[in-house]
Design a protein around this ligand. Structure first.
Ligand code: 5GP
Ligand code: MG
Ligand code: MG
Length: 185
């Protein structure tokens, strides 16, 4: 597929994202005030830009860890299987934990990850997602903090990919497919 098969239209600017992250960081500092250490767990790969900007705004003692989960949709079932491809390196038992996700879509990924991490006995566990698509939800879960609610559009940028491209865009954009060129004519 050539790069010109689609265009990306900006949905949320870099400036708007940065301003929202400042507000979210203040709320997180309040919620975890007095913590000995906050383990900030980024869900790979889509959250890597968000977690980088977020932790630099959080004025608390922070440890950064990553988890990679993969969800496999099955067209025949409403339930989905979520597999852990890369587990945490550190321990979270008795620790304060903040899970950082890029997008909550059907909710299966966050639901599974939260259950998995809860089973390890953290002191406090909270979740933040940069983007939320509430109309797509299949599982009853909501992140404790949400950057932006968006409609059911396929988005890229700010860490989020389309076939591994566009993660490096500084803003969130929505993918607009272009009419297939050279397909006949
Ligand atoms: P779910 O909540 O359905 O388990 O899955 C959430 C994951 O699906 C997100 O973390 C993200 O990786 C992927 N996803 C959902 N919506 C989009 C989107 O608009 N663009 C991209 N690139 N990935 C998405
Ligand atoms: Mg994700
Ligand atoms: Mg992806």
């Amino acid at each position: 597929m050539a790069q010109s098969d689609y265009a990306v239209d900006q949905l949320i600017s870099a400036k708007t994202i940065a301003a929202r992250i400042e507000d979210l960081a203040r709320e997180i500092e309040t919620a975890f005030a007095g913590t000995e250490k906050l383990v900030v767990v980024g869900l790979l790969r889509g959250s890597f830009v968000f977690i980088a900007d977020l932790v630099r705004e959080i004025d608390l003692p922070v440890e950064v860890d990553f988890l990679e989960a993969s969800s496999y949709g099955n067209a025949m079932e409403s339930s989905r299987e979520v597999r852990i491809l890369k587990d945490l390196r550190g321990e979270i038992a008795g620790r304060d934990v903040l899970v950082v996700e890029d997008i909550v879509d059907t909710g299966h990924t966050l639901y599974h990850v939260v259950n998995l991490l809860r089973s390890k006995g953290p002191a406090r566990l909270k979740t933040i997602a940069l983007l939320d698509k509430p109309t797509r939800r299949e599982v009853d879960i909501r992140a404790d903090w949400i950057g932006f609610e968006i409609p059911d559009e396929f988005v890229v940028g700010y860490g989020i990919d389309y076939a591994q491209r566009n993660r490096n865009l500084p803003y969130i954009g929505k993918v607009r497919m272009l009419a297939a060129a050279g397909a006949g004519a």
